[in-house]
Design a protein around this ligand. Sequence first.
Ligand SMILES: *Cc1c(COP(=O)(O)O)cnc(C)c1O
Length: 371
Amino acid sequence: MERIIKATRPEMASYEEYIDEIRSVWDTGAMTNNGPKVQMFAEKLKAYMNCPHVELFVNGHASLAAAIKAMELPRGTEVLTSPFTFVSTTNAIEQCGLIPVFCDIDDTYNIDTDSIRRNITSGTSAIVTPHIFGIPCHVEEIESIAKEYGIKVIYDGAQAFGTKINGKNIAEFGDAVMFSFHAIKVFNAIEGGALAYRDAKLKEKLELYRNFGISYGATNDVEVSGFNAKMTEFSAAMGLVNLPHVEETIMRRKRLARHYQEVFAEIPGIETYRYEESIDYNYAYFPVVIDAGKTGMTRDAIWLALKENGVETRKLYDVLTCDYTFYKSKPYKRDVRYAREMTERCLDFPMYSCLREEDVDYIGEVLKKIV
Ligand SMILES: *Cc1c(COP(=O)(O)O)cnc(C)c1O
């Protein structure tokens, strides 16, 4: 009788599809090192994302770090970013010897372009920022700022696979876009990551960083201190069998999002996202903003009451990355008033294609009962 609704569930093709796909690994013996499945997966992604340049990596984080390295942003320069994200974004900037400058967000949950303008200086070399919840940043305005100041734009699109702006895939905006294929993203390869990028010349550098920095020739040499970030054939195989299902997954999630909107419209103080017509969202998440004045309860109290009633939700994000212990004491600039407010008001509801409409109705009933 007690039902439990999980916060996330992975999107997986059938067991049979996967087994069929990996059978040939036993014939070839190729398990990793840019094998046939990785190459095929990269080609399929280029077609899907309408982007001629795509490299695959072991995960999204490594893809982002490799992108930053390959662009050779001068060490010690400033990078504008949003702290309302998974810590990976901030870590990648820091690990590449750059100085994160934490900008505020707006009601898209993404970097606020006014905050970009307030914080950009002659020492700024790039904007490295997420499309959080799969909701796109203000890409046009960001591009025009980047042009004006001659800086790079790298998007952390870990959550944004499949999102389109005016019919254009999100991979087509910015100098590079990272995607994560971690198990709980809209589209997964168990673990995995991709980088879509504009400048063909980056290819060689990205390959070096992915493979220890080794360049193969008459004598093998090492020109950069690379990492090991290669995708395995088993991951690529999972990506290959999941990719044909991704549009259907997104359509399913869209229907669930519409249903949530109808159900939550009757509950005062639960503000759902105002989706824009020009954007095809991937509905990776279903974030709402709690107006405690109307619900009479804080986000944390609602989270707990839902949990006690078998509904798992996630406090995304309850800490800004700049407020974690490692970053807290660093002298990095912070312009994060609204972002910090959101850490106390934002709540992410269950969203995955095997969630049922009746589960959403149930969540609505529980929510009505408690607030
Ligand atoms: C998932 C995620 C990452 C990390 O991706 P991995 O593939 O797990 O390395 C980075 N940034 C954001 C915003 C994410 O959601």
